[in-house]
Design a protein around this ligand. Structure first.
Ligand code: CP
Ligand code: NVA
Length: 307
């Protein structure tokens, strides 16, 4: 039976571990010039309703380097924009391609596609979750910290799709996660319930970024206004006062704290210019690792129908 990757709750701990191991192995092999053409003859469709640089290019290059082909479709160029139902589009695409990656607004749309497709469907970002991002980010934590166990991870910023996926990962892997969001911008309670985190003592919430980052091994931030929320940005800039990841906030964390950001970043808003430009920054490793992790995901979903 086919499997989808719509949220990180689709994965068990063992699935995470397999993906980390394989992505790290694929990265090592790529660095040595070894190309594993395991997806020769396979096609990945990408339907994107929102902008993307990293996720799109990482998926396309991953597919090409594995010997397969990507086909990128902006939703506007498809009949979806002329109201062809998702279930019809999903059934038709299943007759042409071997896997579908979707980026859209409403998470229920990727669920609908997954239900009606006979091919694996991957969530490449919705308003609710960004699972592939957090998989490659934890891979980056493993590379730079030797593992994720007993590492304190602090989220500083909006209660958005990226932190929701961190919460999902924390609930499956038992990560020590401390989430700080401004009042009024906390993680949606519905998502918390869906993440099954009730009673999980490893996941904490606060409105105080200074409390969250105290002795943190990893600090993660993201834009204050995600795609679709841009018209609220000027108000958010004042509502998010004190939430900028800057040297002052970092001074409360562990001395070798890893600062992370999924990018794109807004300098001078959620992150200070000098933190972003730090020569030891791992943001660029995070971006690179998306390609290696996407390869591991595509390989396992297309070839095995499992993770
Ligand atoms: N991090 C991330 O998903 O970037 P893009 O929006 O450029 O794909
Ligand atoms: N939270 C951001 C992530 C972009 C990769 C957004 O949804 O716009």
């Amino acid at each position: 039976m086919k499997k989808d990757l719509l949220s990180l709750l689709d994965l068990e701990k063992n699935d995470f571990e397999k993906l980390f191991k394989r992505a790290i192995q694929l990265k090592e092999r790529y660095t040595k010039g070894i190309f594993d053409k395991v997806l020769t003859g396979k096609t990945l469709g990408l339907i994107f309703d929102k902008k993307s640089t990293r996720t799109r290019v990482a998926f396309e290059t991953a597919m090409i380097q594995l010997g397969g082909h990507p086909i990128y479709m902006s939703t506007q160029d498809t009949q979806i924009s002329r109201n062809e139902p998702a279930k019809d589009t999903a059934r038709v695409l299943s007759r042409y391609i071997d896997c579908l990656a979707m980026r859209t607004f409403d998470h229920s749309l990727v669920e609908e596609f997954a239900q009606s497709s006979t091919i694996p469907v991957i969530n490449a970002l919705t308003d609710s979750f960004h699972p592939c991002q957090i998989l490659s980010d934890i891979m980056t934590v493993i590379e730079h910290k030797g593992g994720y166990k007993n590492k304190k991870i602090a989220w500083v910023g909006d209660g958005n799709n990226v932190v929701n996926s961190w919460i999902n990962a924390a609930s499956v892997l038992g990560l020590d996660l401390f989430v700080a969001c401004p009042e009024g911008f906390e993680v949606n309670l519905q998502t918390i319930e869906d993440a099954g985190i009730e009673g999980k003592i490893n996941i904490k919430f606060t409105n105080d970024p200074r409390e969250a980052v105290k002795d943190a091994d990893v600090i993660y931030t993201d834009v204050w206004a995600s795609m679709g929320d841009e018209d609220e940005l000027s108000k958010r800039i004042s509502d998010f006062e004190g939430f900028q990841v800057n040297k002052q906030l970092l001074s409360r964390a562990s001395s070798d704290v890893l600062v992370m950001h999924c990018l794109p970043a807004h300098r001078g808003e959620e992150i200070a210019e000098d933190v972003l430009e730090d020569s030891n920054a791992v943001f660029w490793d995070q971006a690179e690792n998306k390609r290696h992790m996407h390869k591991a995901i595509l390989e396992s979903l297309i070839l095995d129908g499992r993770y």
